[in-house]
Write a protein that binds this ligand. Structure first.
Ligand code: ZN
Length: 130
């Protein structure tokens, strides 16, 4: 498979959900020293009152930073997926599932960190701040 297929390049040139959220938000930064990718992922969630992980859904999501084509395209596609999902759904995500959402299941080990950087950010955000 050509890693730099059109879909990847389109998301890289015109990333979805790129930018910064105003408050209230939760925010996390993630760095990939292997490639130099750095992203900030931000989510807005409703207040937890009366909601459960099944009914508390992501209202808005943004990311920004400096990354290679793979990490930027992956962040663009993953943030598209995250929007509107419940915390329960997001907590069930794992690496293989994310790679299948990104259609990058056969990515080389060297680029795996690039592809999963925004997912690592999401995991840390869910574990530490929510
Ligand atoms: Zn990278």
């Amino acid at each position: 498979m050509d890693l730099y297929r059109d879909e990847i390049l389109d998301h890289y040139k015109n990333p979805h959900n790129f930018g910064e959220l105003s408050d209230p938000k939760v925010s996390v930064e993630e760095y990939n020293p292997l490639c130099g990718d750095r992203i900030v992922l931000q989510l807005r969630l409703p207040q937890p009152d009366g909601l459960t992980p099944l009914t508390r859904r992501v209202q808005e999501v943004r990311f920004h930073g400096e990354g290679c084509a793979i990490s930027t395209a992956a962040s663009s596609m993953l943030t598209d997926y995250i929007k509107g999902k419940s915390l329960e759904e997001l907590k069930k995500l794992d690496g293989p599932k994310v790679l299948s959402i990104l259609n990058l299941s056969d990515i080389s080990p060297a680029r795996l960190k690039c592809a999963l950087l925004s997912f690592e950010a999401l995991k840390n955000l869910l574990a530490e701040q929510i």
